[in-house]
Ligand binder design. Structure first.
Ligand SMILES: Cc1cc2nc3c(=O)[nH]c(=O)nc-3n(C[C@H](O)[C@H](O)[C@H](O)COP(=O)(O)OP(=O)(O)OC[C@H]3O[C@@H](n4cnc5c(N)ncnc54)[C@H](O)[C@@H]3O)c2cc1C
Length: 500
């Protein structure tokens, strides 16, 4: 039988993925007196996109992702996005290093490991682009250690699995940065949740589904259903964070805030090929990113990755995209149709009209046979054997559809924080570059939704302690960048590893 209870909290966070876990820990560091609860509808945290097998685990730092450095109309390379993501990742590292240094956070190796990041291109056009990108990036201190080669012997040393069986006449080239990382965002989320659980007035409760959100005074009344017992309760919260991954959109719509009007979601599913055969695995020790096929979206950039999950090393190749109407991997096929509103149908139709390339790409991906998937992998690893690889289902990415004055609606591949004007509720929409830049997203949230507290002596001195240098300083001050990075790398045990 349903019952109604009433609790009062400062902060409620919906979803126990990397986003909510990071925000909750950050807020408790800034003000240990904050009373908060993280509500998760599944049996544990980090089961959706933050699970290590649902994402690629790349510590995105702009080192290898070729789509972060577009070529401008005049042929020059724009490095702004790479610099921003690089310095945002350094902010994440500062937060993790701070928690490790404080103690009681487990070993850094359980969630972050050094893995070289490589960009690999085939054909003269690709080589010309890569060389120009290398010249443009290495002027900046964040990329000064990048190496470039077209020499086959060097390439064989950098990527031993990828060279045998390759056409000797095909022009190829690569860049390498030794300071890349593989991140187990699932373990990181669990460590953050466990850290939270050790504190007073901080609860993480599972099998708790948020089913209603209503304005109440200056805050929100959050209706929660216990999925095990059917028990209903209500929480009065001053601030609510919708960190529900793909399911953040329906919750944002439920809140009814004007800032959420006009947003829609375009779900893209994914698949990987995974290899656990250690004879193959030991021949590859890097994350190798290449270029997306013409007309395909940025999230389709193919990469062959070393993954370190729970002490075991595997290889992951993909992603291969797909289409479903679910907003979460374990969501409902009704998610997309039920998200259609009078205020977002226009932008959604405009996106359908203007993104025919994407539709064609997704149809092609969905219809791919096993042989065609292997053929794509063969471009990376010519001597691939089908029996060493199996298909895995990746997490869902719900890309943002939003209003646009000129086009009616646009599809956005990044993330967007949507917050109420009074700062009492915020939702995180979108998927990329995602988990790597969670800390920067949450710092932005704090500045927008906790603006007064952030200016206080208590919060600003704590922020300075956790973050010795933020993005703008890191981007412009080479000496400070190196100093802060060296300290974080030592605390996170990110000593660089050489090729196997
Ligand atoms: C294929 C793929 C590859 C990726 N690769 C990378 C990568 O290499 N590097 C990188 O940095 N990022 C990557 N990302 C992005 C990254 O995984 C996500 O940005 C990040 O995990 C999102 O975390 P989250 O906390 O927002 O969501 P999630 O981890 O999805 O957590 C949301 C949680 O909310 C819960 N929930 C939903 N609705 C409710 C409700 N009503 N009540 C209670 N709980 C609810 C869900 O059960 C879930 O546990 C990738 C993503 C995908 C899909």
């Amino acid at each position: 039988m349903a019952q109604n209870d009433n609790e009062t909290l400062d902060v409620v966070l919906v979803g126990a993925g990397i986003m909510s876990a990071t925000l909750a820990v950050l807020l408790k560091e800034l003000d240990p007196a904050i009373k908060l609860e993280v509500l998760e509808m599944m049996e544990s945290g980090a089961v959706e996109s933050s699970n290590p097998w649902n994402n690629a685990g790349t510590g995105h730092a702009g080192l290898c992702e070729l789509n972060y450095t577009p070529e401008s109309a005049d042929g020059s390379i724009d490095i702004k996005k790479s610099v921003t993501i690089n310095t945002q990742f350094e902010e994440s590292k500062q937060f993790w290093a701070y928690l490790v240094e404080k103690g009681r956070f487990g070993t850094p190796k359980s969630f972050i490991n050094p893995i070289p990041h490589l960009s690999f291109v085939r054909g003269q056009k690709g080589i010309d682009f890569l060389k120009k990108r290398f010249d443009a990036l290495t002027v900046h201190h964040a990329f000064a250690d990048m190496e470039y080669t077209e020499d086959r012997a060097t390439l064989a040393q950098w990527m031993p699995l990828m060279m045998p069986g390759r056409d000797p006449n095909e022009p190829i080239a690569a860049t390498r940065v030794m300071a890349g990382t593989d991140v187990n965002f699932g373990n990181l989320t669990q460590s953050l949740l466990a850290h939270l659980g050790q504190q007073n007035d901080a609860k993480v409760t599972c099998k708790q589904k948020v089913i209603g959100l209503k304005r109440s005074g200056k805050g929100w009344l959050v209706s929660v259903k216990d999925l095990q017992t059917g028990h209903l309760r209500e929480i009065q919260a001053k601030f609510v964070f919708l960190g529900a991954g793909g399911a953040a959109l329906p919750l944002l719509q439920m809140s009814g805030i004007p800032e959420g009007k006009g947003f829609g979601g375009f779900p893209v599913s994914g698949q990987w090929l995974r290899c656990d055969n250690q004879d193959v695995v030991k021949q590859h020790h890097s994350k190798v990113y290449s270029q997306a096929a013409v007309g395909s979206p940025p999230m389709s950039v193919p990469h062959l990755d070393t993954r370190v999950v729970d002490g075991k090393t595997s290889l992951l190749f993909g992603p291969y995209a797909g289409f479903t109407t679910k907003f979460l991997k374990r969501g409902s096929f009704l998610d997309l149709p039920l998200s259609i509103r009078f205020n977002n149908i226009g932008p959604m139709l405009a996106v359908a009209r203007d993104n025919f390339d994407l539709t064609r790409y997704l149809v092609k991906e969905v219809l791919q046979s096993e042989d065609q998937r292997l053929e794509t992998l063969r471009g990376f690893y010519p001597e691939v054997k089908a029996e060493d690889w199996r298909l895995e289902i990746a997490g869902q990415r719900v890309q943002i559809i939003k209003k646009d004055a000129k086009k009616g609606g646009i599809l956005q591949f990044g993330t967007e924080l949507v917050a109420a004007e009074d700062g009492s509720i915020a939702a995180l929409l979108g998927a990329s570059p995602g988990a790597s830049v969670t800390v920067s997203i949450m710092l932005d949230l704090i500045n927008r939704c906790f603006a007064e507290q952030a200016k206080s002596e208590q919060w600003s001195s704590k922020l300075n302690e956790i973050f010795p240098a933020l993005g703008a300083v890191l981007a412009n001050d080479a000496e400070r960048y190196r100093e802060v990075q060296a300290r974080c790398d030592a605390l996170l045990q990110l000593q660089q590893s050489a090729n196997a």
